[in-house]
Write a protein that binds this ligand. Structure first.
Ligand code: URA
Ligand code: CA
Length: 432
């Protein structure tokens, strides 16, 4: 087989066979096929697309390019939740203990990564003593005994995706539905999920800016998952404004605790129920989505979800008393209010720009080498659709430096106040 013939085949709009896709991914992973040929192929895929069969084959070829995690020693259906990424997205911290409290195994492998705030692991490390450097054996034991554990990303998962994603980044081929869908799904499948609930975001703070594009990506991922034998569904949710009120690591841990107490922001709570009920249903713990949601509400009302969070923290070396004393989380030295300049209704809070403002304070990493400040971030005091009076605080900045003028300027530039506005739709639909 010659790579040049396969590039030509895709360039001419023909379908690549399973063997051909396997040959490409194996050769690329081993360094036998050079970047320039794979770049040309990626561009051909960008214009010519891939069939469902090709997409499934590409996904599985990337899964098999490296190690895979075997979770078969963990009893029950392992349901993973994946978000395509947004600003202030605290759902994992809420959902993990929430569904574990219903006996569903949560075996989470998580990363740090770049972004407006840290990843799930960074957030959890805001809890004194909490650590994710546990052995595979301990991880499996914790999940079997307590239904919940988080382990840091290790090993060589989907090396083909790592190489290809980096190549796409510099060849204008990131924005291709078959390539994005196979990239995301390969990582979830390699991490051992039996069933996958996807939260596909749309809006300013999301990868997919329009609802139609988000729907197309959701459909692509759901079809890949189901075609390779993993029950998969997607929820399409709004990311035009940040989710919840907190953007920052400690701040989001506190927000998750509030939500587990039934006192969280309305949008975060609603999204957690929308995703959680799908997880409970896919795990076979409820006969209908309605029953699944009832069960989730029950473990919040009776305190079992919060108790599960305490247990989880203690199991991984953390101080569980933060649940009752969130002031023990790292606190910023300065709280600075950003008052509204006019009366009106909040019409827009541009998610990605507000996320970048939080990152400038130190809440997230701009580069892999950046250090995160777990204490800092932003608390929104108003959301889109809320009435506001001149002088009322729109945002509270939690900073560890006194001069935050650039952050204040960014906030004013990205929160629009109008005469009238309504809260956006939070959930645009589901894809199964
Ligand atoms: N996220 C991924 O993991 N892969 C893509 O291709 C795009 C976004
Ligand atoms: Ca939040």
């Amino acid at each position: 087989m010659r790579m040049v013939d396969l590039i030509q085949k895709k360039r001419d709009g023909k379908e690549l066979s399973s063997e051909e896709i396997g040959f490409i991914i194996e050769g690329y992973t081993k360094g036998e096929i050079p970047d320039y040929q794979v770049s040309a192929l990626a561009m051909a895929i960008f214009f010519r697309d891939m069939t469902d069969r090709e997409r499934a084959d590409l996904t599985m070829a990337m899964v098999h390019s490296g190690e895979t995690i075997d979770l078969s020693e963990i009893e029950g259906v392992k349901v993973d939740k994946h978000s395509t990424g947004g600003v202030g997205d605290t759902t994992t911290l809420v959902l993990a203990p929430l569904v574990a409290a219903l006996g569903i195994p949560v075996a989470k492998m998580s990363g740090r990564g770049l972004g407006h705030t840290g990843g799930t692991i960074d957030k959890l490390e805001a809890i004194s003593g909490f650590h994710v450097e546990i052995s595979k054996e301990e991880f499996v034991k914790l999940v079997n005994e307590h239904k919940i554990a988080v382990i840091g990303q290790s090993g060589n998962l989907t090396p083909a995706d790592k190489k290809l994603y980096a190549l796409r980044d510099v060849t204008a081929t990131v924005n291709s539905i078959p390539l994005i869908a196979s990239s995301i799904m390969s990582k979830k499948i390699a991490a051992g999920a039996d069933a996958i609930v996807l939260d596909v975001k749309t809006g300013a703070g999301a990868f997919m800016k329009s609802v139609d594009d988000a729907k197309e990506l959701a459909q692509a991922m759901v079809r890949i998952g189901n075609n390779v034998g993993r029950k998969t569904m997607a929820v399409i949710s709004d990311m035009s404004q940040p989710l919840g009120l907190a953007i920052g690591n400690s701040l989001e841990v506190k927000e998750a605790i509030d939500t587990l107490k039934g006192q969280g922001p309305k949008d975060l709570e609603e999204l957690c129920f929308a995703l959680g009920r799908q997880m409970v249903f896919l795990a076979g713990k409820a006969a209908s989505l309605e029953e699944a949601e009832e069960k989730l509400k029950e473990v919040i009302a009776n305190g079992k979800a919060l108790e599960k969070f305490r247990e989880f923290i203690a199991n991984q070396g953390g101080d569980p008393s933060v649940v009752d004393h969130p002031e023990k989380l790292p606190q910023a030295a300065f709280l600075i209010e950003v008052p509204a300049k006019t009366d009106g209704v909040v019409a827009e809070i541009v998610a990605d720009e507000i996320g970048t403002a939080a990152m400038l304070l130190g809440a997230g990493r701009a580069t892999k080498e950046s250090e995160i400040d777990l204490a800092v971030g932003l608390m929104l005091n108003k959301k889109v659709g809320d009435a506001v009076k001149a002088g009322e605080s729109l945002v509270t900045i939690h900073a560890n430096r006194e001069n935050v003028q650039e952050v204040v300027d960014m906030i004013y530039a990205n929160i629009r106040i109008a005469d009238q506005a309504e809260a956006p739709v939070l959930i645009y639909g589901t894809v199964t």
